[in-house]
Design a binder for this molecule. Structure first.
Ligand code: SF4
Length: 229
């Protein structure tokens, strides 16, 4: 079992809680090659503060080379499909490889982050990645609760929050948000009618079809894993 994080507030709260339970907790992240310097800074803060090894995974070099040669370094600006392709090569595939070796992964997803996350369970079977368990302990937390936890336990905070960022990913695809904007509005902000997802947490082709269908029908599966809210 391991925690997947991009060092945002939720992932940091999860890490802190897990570390207090077991200070040998496994933590992994993906270095897409386009991350802001501040993300590396907080990664180093985590190493110092918690004394753990951060498992950093990288995209397949040959896939990145082929993609950039064919479509250019800024392919994500050309079309939604090109952006999905970049996210798939740089993020989704590396994480898929990590998940193949796990029984369970822990995420910092919250239901009120975006429509495609509104029906996530605290524990669910991750059918997209071979049926391992996906655990999202903060599913029903608000952002204010996450911030309060991090403040209380003096958890390292990603420096870009202080510059108005409310969701943090790769440098060219993330901007600070303005007051009143949705917290994920700064991700791929030039796109319209595209899910603000990279494809790790829901298949971008369907826009989290399974979750949305369940919300519409209010259906409930009988699996005990499905009863944990
Ligand atoms: S967020 Fe942007 S740069 Fe990062 S993997 Fe996705 S499209 Fe590529």
């Amino acid at each position: 079992m391991a925690i997947c994080t991009s060092f945002q507030a939720e992932g940091m709260a999860i890490l802190d809680m897990a570390w207090r339970i077991d200070n040998h907790v496994r933590l992994f992240t993906v270095d897409t090659g386009r991350l802001p310097q501040e993300t590396y800074d907080v990664m180093e803060m985590v190493r110092q503060r918690y004394g753990i090894e951060v498992e950093v995974y990288f995209p397949d070099a040959a896939q990145v080379e082929t993609m950039v040669r064919r479509l250019g370094p800024n392919l994500f600006q050309k079309s939604v499909q090109a952006r999905f392709h970049c996210c798939n090569v740089r993020k989704v595939e590396p994480i898929r490889g990590v998940l193949e070796g796990l029984d369970a992964w822990i995420t910092g997803l919250r239901r009120d982050q975006w429509a495609s996350r509104a029906n996530i369970r605290k524990i669910e079977v991750d059918h997209e990645h071979g049926g391992l368990a996906k655990i999202s302990p903060l599913a029903d937390w608000t952002l204010d609760e996450v911030k309060a936890y991090n403040e209380k336990y003096d958890v390292p905070v990603h420096p870009l929050y202080a510059q108005g960022y409310t969701s943090i990913g790769c440098t060219p695809c993330t901007r600070a948000t303005k007051p009143g904007e949705d917290p994920r509005a700064g991700r791929w902000w030039w796109e319209t009618n595209a899910p603000k997802e990279c494809g790790i947490h829901c298949p971008v082709e369907t826009g989290a079809f399974e979750h949305e269908l369940e919300a519409l029908t209010h259906s409930r599966h009988q699996s005990p894993l499905r009863t944990v809210r």
